[in-house]
Design a protein around this ligand. Structure first.
Ligand SMILES: NC(=O)c1ccc[n+]([C@@H]2O[C@H](COP(=O)([O-])OP(=O)(O)OC[C@H]3O[C@@H](n4cnc5c(N)ncnc54)[C@H](O)[C@@H]3O)[C@@H](O)[C@H]2O)c1
Length: 348
């Protein structure tokens, strides 16, 4: 079957392999060129996913000049999201970019502006929304079962999970630690379910308690230059709702505290994740409902997120995860760092 959207991958490391599976399974799009500054990464990925050897590049500008593309998929480290995204828009492509969208709200604004000027879609790869559990939670919200959500908390706490691959612990490349890396996942899911209320202020704190010291973890503590291994924030929204977020790469907690967790409380019911649980009064009792057969999303999050992006492009619909939503998340994450540095609540 001829696929009609031509995709260029930028950054062929770890997460790119999950994207490549999504592109391979999609009926309408295929990756026809790969760019990575590391020769081994681009060659190994091309071999694994059957991309032509003559369509491999070490620089995205060269790839965009040489290959006609409809889409670029940006899977580079966080501090290298903005430049290829804007280059992709300038070449007339739609852009899928990994999370966090950028390393500052201003970078995110520049990416949104470039997308608007090019009249192309910007989608941020917030994969938790697209998995079966995220879609189950959203289906309950859409059905009006939860009502107005006025309080929530979300967390992703790893006891010993500092990334030992890639450039996550290098502040220049990542822009930040678990606040950006893990906080963005649970914060996006919570905000998506709350319909992205406007944030007003953030009170946050960051800690570097463990990751810069010798430990059980595989990374080199001497190379740890990001500001934190744990971050916490409390967010006030214009609609009166509040949300707390906690995230760590290293913390003295049990495995039971780990994983992506979201609690959201509405005036009709509460939501908990994971597993997706609806908590509400029925027949004079408070009942926890956990579906045995969740909503009909047969594919995993990565395949479903790429399908959603391709569908939006082909149907001329809005981005499934627009830059404007990512900007709200980015303002909050930046607010946690700013508040931690200031030692007081900050306006966002
Ligand atoms: N959605 C998820 O669950 C998830 C999971 C892991 C990582 N991520 C995100 O994906 C991004 C990449 O993470 P990763 O784990 O794949 O890292 P990685 O280090 O494994 O891969 C990044 C690749 O980008 C290449 N690269 C760096 N700068 C480049 C440039 N300017 N042009 C072209 N290639 C360049 C590197 O050589 C490397 O091969 C990060 O933003 C990260 O936050 C998302």
């Amino acid at each position: 079957m001829t696929k009609n959207l031509r995709v260029g991958l930028i950054g062929a490391g770890s997460i790119a392999q999950s994207h490549m599976r999504g592109w391979e399974e999609n009926k309408h799009a295929e990756v026809v060129a790969i760019c990575d500054i590391k020769r081994k990464a681009r060659e190994d990925t091309a071999k694994r996913w059957d991309v032509a050897k003559n369509a491999l590049f070490d620089d995205c500008e060269k790839m965009l000049a040489k290959v006609e593309l409809d889409v670029v998929d940006v899977c580079t480290p966080n501090a290298s999201h903005r430049a290829p995204t804007i280059a992709g828009f300038e070449a007339g492509c739609h852009v899928l970019v990994e999370k966090p969208v950028a390393i500052s709200a201003d970078e995110c604004r520049a990416m949104i502006k470039a997308g608007k000027e090019a009249d192309r879609l910007l989608m941020v790869a917030q994969v938790l929304r697209f998995g079966v559990e995220g879609q189950t939670l959203r289906a309950w919200v859409d059905a009006g079962l939860v009502g107005d959500i006025y309080w929530g908390q979300c967390s992703c706490l790893c006891p010993r999970g500092v990334p030992s691959w890639g450039e996550f612990i290098d502040a220049q490349a990542s822009g930040g630690g678990p606040c950006y890396d893990l906080g963005v996942h649970v914060l996006d899911l919570a905000l998506y379910l709350m319909d992205f209320p406007e944030p007003v202020s953030v009170s946050g704190a960051t800690y570097l308690g463990l990751a810069d010291k010798p430990s059980l973890m595989k990374h080199d503590p001497a190379k740890y230059t990001v500001p934190e291994d744990m971050a916490a924030g409390f967010i006030r929204f214009a609609n009166g709702a509040t949300l707390s977020v906690q995230t760590s790469w290293a913390l003295n907690v049990t495995e039971a505290a780990t994983g992506h967790k979201v609690i959201l409380c509405g005036d009709k019911a509460g939501l908990q994740y994971s597993p997706p649980t609806l908590i509400r009064e029925e027949n004079g009792m408070l009942i926890n409902s956990v579906p045995q057969v969740p909503v009909d999303v047969p594919k995993d999050g990565f395949v479903a997120e790429i399908d959603a992006f391709v569908d939006a492009i082909l149907k001329g619909e809005p981005s499934p995860v627009p830059g404007e939503q990512a900007l709200i998340t980015q303002r909050i994450l930046d607010g946690i760092y700013a508040s931690g540095a200031a030692g007081e609540e900050v306006k966002v």
